[in-house]
Design a protein around this ligand. Sequence first.
Ligand code: GH3
Ligand code: MG
Ligand code: MG
Ligand code: MG
Length: 303
Amino acid sequence: MTIERDDRPKILIVDDTKENIDLLLEVFRDEFRVSAATNAERALKLARADHPPDIILLDILMPEMDGYELCAALKNDEATKGIPVVFVTAVSEVMDATRGFAAGAVDYITKPFHPPMVKARVRLHLDLKSKYDLLESYAFIDALTEVNNRRRFDLVLEDEWNRARRSKRSLSLIYLDVDHFKAFNDTYGHGAGDDCLRRLAAAMAGALHRSGDFIARHGGEEFMILLPYTDPDEALTIAQHLNRIIDGLAIPHVSSPVAAHVTVSMGVVSVDPDARLSTREIVDAADRALYAAKHAGRHRIEQ
Ligand code: GH3
Ligand code: MG
Ligand code: MG
Ligand code: MG
């Protein structure tokens, strides 16, 4: 038996009137995977599911939560805010459309609609969305190692630190630097150096299992690992685990005075949520711990 993958985009139609759903279903069923909801509650559930829709077509007049409210709810939820919403509605005053856009919709189509036009506009919004996603990945992913870049790290650190303070949980940060990497490049060449950074990044990313744990390349041969809701003991355990993983790669480094393979040093800090520190001060503290690890002989963790 062969199972074919269905790569067609997913569209969610939300309308309290069954006939309206059927009309749109006819328009989209050949090119799209279509699901439908007849109320806002069901629509939110489908939008938040593991395989969310790529685009949502939304009616305005519905009992209980109307289309505007549903749209605003989708836009307020981190998990669903990126899904483009298009209103398809008989409500056709200019003011209504304005309200739709204010709620976060990308388009507003009035009924009765012309099927090829609805289809063309849906395709356009899907195309814009995928270009947006691509640009976003270029902006936030490090091109060499394919882990998060420093720009993303700065934003995530800010968010996580705010969250840690609100929830009164400690936040930990590991600042990691490859030992004697200049000597590695000098011995094996810059291309081998690049390969080494890629392998280290992939191994570390693969070793972080908890949701929320975050790794970024901070620049050069330096990485940051952000551990939300993590106390000093747990942070140390994770740092030791990463250290073992990297030792386990056993990437030869004959010119290292520390070991015959590539090693790293780490500075670990865990911040009390009540500490009145800026994110800059948190990074500086991790940097000082890293410096201490280097100074103490490298291939070690300082906390
Ligand atoms: P230490 O143990 O004190 O950290 O010594 P180090 O040699 O690792 O530190 P140093 O800061 O002197 O050198 C860092 C080296 O990392 C120098 C630089 O060429 C190399 N490097 C930085 N970014 C890249 C990169 O993207 N690719 C490669 N191949 N090398 C890089
Ligand atoms: Mg309706
Ligand atoms: Mg360095
Ligand atoms: Mg280094």
